[in-house]
Design a protein around this ligand. Sequence first.
Ligand code: FES
Length: 166
Amino acid sequence: MDRNRRLVNYSLLALTGTGVYYTVGTMFQSLEPPKKALLDAATYIDTTALPLNEIAYFSWQKKPLFILKKDATLTLDKKRDIKIGDYYYTVMVGICTHLGCVPKYNASLKRFICPCHNGQFDYNGNALASPVTKPLVIPPFKVHDEMIIVGEVGEAYLQLMEASKA
Ligand code: FES
């Protein structure tokens, strides 16, 4: 093989090697969840700090999250409430189940009203008025002591999912 041809072959080999190195490196990087995603994966809520019988607002994975801490003066909902200590909690993703707008809570009417097509939900997240027909989604969550961890699946969540089928 002449000298020039060998030089071309070595250059091609070096270029191919570099390409493989970056391709494989990028492939493995894409398999790892980005650090930001890990931070956003769960939302930790200290229930002792929540106001009673009012909606508290959080976010989970960039979605609005509504949490109602209530006592027996409000209507309880066995299919949607969990009990922690002396209080009941309803955890809801704050996205309208019609077409995805964010409902606003009207405290005097005690219901969520969607600004897009006037769909309405009660404070437990149940659909009340057309065009909504499905309740606000309960996100996966876990209870640890007096903390609700949204984004992890726990026993209380599984029980609610089971109860909602009945
Ligand atoms: S998006 Fe909420 S009622 Fe249509």
